[in-house]
Write a protein that binds this ligand. Structure first.
Ligand SMILES: NC(=O)c1ccc[n+]([C@@H]2O[C@H](COP(=O)([O-])OP(=O)(O)OC[C@H]3O[C@@H](n4cnc5c(N)ncnc54)[C@H](OP(=O)(O)O)[C@@H]3O)[C@@H](O)[C@H]2O)c1
Length: 347
């Protein structure tokens, strides 16, 4: 039986859900691919790092971090605790695939870009759930992966495991993407809906936080930075836009009032934070994120809360839309899991 060794950089909500999915499907992977997938390194910010070339005890690592079930919140010393830093793990640990799941740095994409470059330099494959590298350095990383003959996948970076990049690559062959649009930020979706329903802003924020929709500091969502990073990632991959998030014409929902929403409703419209990218005549791509009035009869108007949508217009297939309905963390994990299966298929 063959082996595929993974180094997991970041082992938070997404990393742990991916770890559980891997354990649950261990036998099926062996049966299907005649390969045992081993996790040989795990890096975290504050819970310790684990490195073991023969495979880490994943069950144990998950139990250690499961504080609700009596775990300490830190890895216990079973001989795999390592003093290697995250970057040193990328550059030195024994693995075949680096899986980048550290927090997004929305301003630069670093250090995740360097982690992936560290893997490519060594001829290792990389998968990222972190959209920073795709938003800030996609073309460089794509070219480097090609030059090194390694695989590079990133399905989870936009709409979790929903096939957006896979769909376009595998089922829209030769079709040229001319426009991409979407509703990609659940926080702003939630706030706009609740405002329309008559809720008070402070109350919305409080409930949103309690439900896990809204971050302690929601500015990145409300001011459209998160949406800008997502549309940049989509445009870089689907339209080879070669842009960075600071080139997106961005306006958040911070100035939208209940009166704006009511006036739009009177005209049969709803306001959504719409992400859009379109090819200009000179070949470049114009990207925007802005609150937009959408006709109530439009499919986009019914995209609420954590549901999101991407519409892809091509020269050969016109407009195709993909909707992700109320994802949970398992759908994030599935994006990474599916990418690992692609690596197994491509070997
Ligand atoms: N959650 C989602 O629904 C979702 C969906 C799509 C994409 N993503 C992306 O996936 C990535 C992970 O998301 P998440 O929800 O799992 O975040 P999370 O729960 O905050 O976990 C982040 C993990 O990264 C670790 N970390 C922080 N700094 C690190 C460093 N310098 N080196 C190594 N590890 C480090 C954290 O360790 P400590 O806990 O010790 O700080 C934690 O294990 C992010 O880039 C996110 O944008 C998430």
């Amino acid at each position: 039986m063959k082996e595929l060794k993974l180094a997991l950089l970041g082992f938070g909500n997404a990393g742990q859900a991916f770890g559980r999915m891997l354990l649950d499907h261990e036998e099926e992977i062996i049966k299907t691919y005649d390969t045992k997938v081993l996790v040989t390194a795990i890096a975290t910010g504050s819970r310790g790092n684990l490195v073991c070339a023969d495979g880490i005890d994943l069950q144990r690592a998950l139990a250690d971090l499961d504080v609700k079930q009596g775990g300490s919140g830190r890895f216990t010393d079973t001989g795999a605790l390592s003093s290697l830093t995250t970057m040193e793990i990328a550059e030195q640990a024994d693995y075949d695939v680096l899986v980048e799941m550290t927090p997004l740095n929305i301003a630069t994409g670093q250090p995740a870009i360097s982690h992936i470059e560290g893997a490519f330099k060594r001829g290792k494959h990389a998968i990222t759930a972190n959209k920073g590298p795709i938003a800030w350095a996609y073309s460089r990383l794509r070219d480097m992966a090609k030059e090194k003959g390694v695989q590079f996948y990133y399905e989870t970076t936009v709409m979790d495991g929903t096939p957006v990049f896979n769909l376009t690559e595998h089922t829209l062959k030769m079709a040229k993407v001319t426009e991409v649009s979407g509703i990609l930020n659940s926080t702003t979706n939630f706030i706009l809906e609740e405002l329309e329903a008559g809720a008070d802003y402070e109350d919305i924020m409080e409930r949103g936080r309690a439900m896990g929709f809204i971050e302690a500091d929601p500015a990145m969502d409300i001011e459209g930075y998160d949406a800008a990073a997502k549309i940049t990632a989509l445009l870089n991959v689907l339209m080879d836009a070669g842009i960075t998030p600071d080139q997106v014409k961005r306006k958040g929902i911070e100035d939208i009032t209940v009166e704006d929403i009511r006036r739009a409703a009177d005209r049969g419209k709803v306001i959504k934070l719409l992400c859009r990218g379109v090819r200009r005549e000179d070949g470049s791509v114009e990207a925007s994120v802005q609150p937009t009035e959408i006709d109530r009869s439009d499919m986009l108007a019914s995209v609420n809360s954590t549901t999101s949508v991407v519409s892809i217009t091509t020269n050969l297939m016109k407009k195709v839309s993909v909707v992700e309905h109320e994802p949970e963390i398992e759908q994030t994990a599935y994006g990474v899991f599916g990418d690992v299966l692609r690596v197994l298929e491509g070997r």
